[in-house]
Design a binder for this molecule. Structure first.
Ligand code: PSU
Ligand code: MN
Length: 306
């Protein structure tokens, strides 16, 4: 499917029109969430995992003013190496298209584009949320607003403790977004398995999750679903250690007066530096773990369409 604004890779397009399993993937995590070359290696590894589980990966980005669904390995390299890939959330899309810029898509914009292309399952690391201190800064990620709008299930390892997880969950509740734990009663905190907050529902089977997704679609309940898949125990970071690193990174952001779209990438790279790369390693492993889960969910969801 190629329109004025959208270009879908033929393999992805075929899978979508056949109702075969497809998994959307974001690109901000590649361009702004991890350093080169680990970012490109991870993006390729994630695509490989999705394939090995029997689904078609569809990494999404904006290339030269066009929304592209299904990047090839050369294009992944471009996103990971290119310094001209803007962090594109929902509000940036029209201008980045008009100006023919390159853009890396966040959870919000990836959800929007995936929904346009007809993809219902999307894998990422962690969602954006309500930032700490939001009662003063009003910094609430557009990811949450998109979750209230676009009908896409987002498989993630929860939300990072750089955010106010309690307020993030309140926001999702108000906007009617189901928050489901896969194999857990606890909402995970990205680098760790338990944020101290619970989930609404816990499921242990992807078939059941696919049924819930289908019911939501059939009923026309707009908005997405958060599928929280905790980081595997063997890759979990020490909660005390990561809490200290996060506080230090938040203090540095305050001193340097970093706001808006720059804050998440700043905190991520700062935390990676403080932890001597441990947080990056955990990030890579949890994304790969989510890719496996997302592909399994996509397969079950596809089975319901046939
Ligand atoms: N969480 C991560 N890594 C990331 C991001 C979130 O662990 O790279 C990115 C995602 O693309 C997410 C975005 O959509 O940060 C949220 O940014 P903001 O808070 O500016 O909306
Ligand atoms: Mn923000």
């Amino acid at each position: 499917m190629t329109t004025e604004y959208l270009s879908v890779h033929p393999e992805v397009e075929k899978a979508i029109s056949n109702g075969d399993p497809v998994v959307a993937l974001e690109s901000t995590i590649i361009a702004h969430g991890m350093p080169y070359p680990q970012n490109v290696e991870t993006a390729k590894r994630v695509q490989g995992i999705v394939r090995s589980e029997g689904a078609v990966p569809a990494t999404i980005a904006i290339l030269n003013g066009k929304m592209v669904v299904g990047l090839d390995e050369q294009e992944l390299e471009l996103v990971g190496k290119g310094s001209d890939f803007l962090k594109v959330s929902r509000r940036d899309i029209p201008l980045v298209l008009a100006k023919k810029f390159n853009g890396a898509t966040t959870v919000a914009s990836t959800m929007f584009i995936a929904a346009k292309a007809g993809i219902h399952i999307f894998v990422t690391g962690g969602i954006g949320g309500v930032h700490r201190g939001a009662s003063e800064t009003l910094d609430i990620s557009a990811d949450l607003i998109e979750l209230a709008t676009s009908n896409v299930a987002v498989v993630c390892a929860g939300a990072k403790a750089i955010l106010d997880i309690g307020l993030t969950l309140e926001y999702l509740e108000t906007h009617g977004v189901p928050v489901v734990g896969y194999g857990t009663e606890n909402f995970p905190a990205f680098y760790t398995r338990n944020s101290g907050f619970g989930v609404d529902y816990s499921v242990n089977s992807f078939a059941e999750l696919a049924q819930a997704l289908k019911a939501k679609l059939d009923l026309g309940l707009t908005g997405g679903m958060v599928v929280a898949n905790p980081i595997p125990e063997e890759h979990e970071l020490d909660p005390g250690m990561i809490a200290t690193a996060i506080s230090e990174a938040l203090a540095a952001a305050k001193t340097k007066q970093i706001h808006g779209k720059k804050i998440t990438p700043f905190l991520l790279s700062h935390i990676a530096a403080i932890t001597g790369g441990d947080s990056l390693k955990a990030n890579i492993e949890l994304v790969c773990h989510n890719a496996r889960a997302g592909a399994k969910l996509a397969k079950e969801f596809s089975a319901l369409q046939h």
